[in-house]
Write a protein that binds this ligand. Structure first.
Ligand code: FE2
Length: 190
């Protein structure tokens, strides 16, 4: 009986590891360890994440489910020790984040559709647009606090899904957002 129980448990773990998402989380777990700086960690995570972007059946239909009211976050995985969290953000056309920055390093890969990103710098009590990017499927970008102020939106006509890896335990924080910026933007929000 002991052998049967052990075999059943091992098989269940084995199946979980051999899903594509299981391979991704294992690769990310290796990538986040042992680096001297957040920039090096984010670079290793970017290289680990990129091959999975756009891969069929990486996510279930449930993990791609949007919310008609606002962009939606699905937590896919949190490392046992909280070293990183992997989430899918799902956007319907026109949905956007607030202008915000982050509590930790962040790597974003576009899995499906196309996202527009606007980056800002704080100039006294107002924001100034520093960069406007269009990030297609397969694109990877990095945000490193401080000074990582941005807005992301789905400016396309189809569903957009991006995978976000954060150097934080979202079981504890609930969100990667450090601060929302409800201040004026020179020349308009973008
Ligand atoms: Fe962000």
């Amino acid at each position: 009986m002991t052998t049967m129980t052990s075999t059943t448990t091992d098989t269940a773990i084995d199946v979980a590891r051999h899903t594509t998402l299981g391979w991704l989380t294992a690769d990310l777990d290796r990538a986040v360890r042992g680096h001297a700086s957040d920039a090096e960690t984010a670079d290793a995570v970017s290289r680990a994440l990129a091959p999975y972007l756009g891969v069929d059946r990486l996510l279930t239909d449930q993990q791609r489910e949007p919310d008609p009211e606002r962009y939606r976050q699905h937590v896919l995985h949190v490392a046992d020790d909280g070293a990183f969290s992997l989430v899918a953000l799902v956007w319907l056309p026109g949905q956007a984040t607030p202008v915000h920055d982050h509590v930790c390093w962040c790597v974003v890969g576009v899995h499906e559709g196309e996202e527009q990103e606007i980056r800002y710098a704080l100039d006294g009590r107002r924001l100034v647009v520093t960069e406007r990017l269009v990030n297609p499927r397969g694109d990877v970008s990095v945000a490193l606090p401080p000074g990582d102020i941005h807005l992301v939106r789905n400016a396309g006509t189809d569903l957009a899904v991006s995978l976000h890896v954060y150097g934080a335990d979202l079981r504890q924080t609930g969100t990667s957002i450090r601060r929302r910026y409800d201040v004026s933007v020179a020349g308009g929000a973008g």
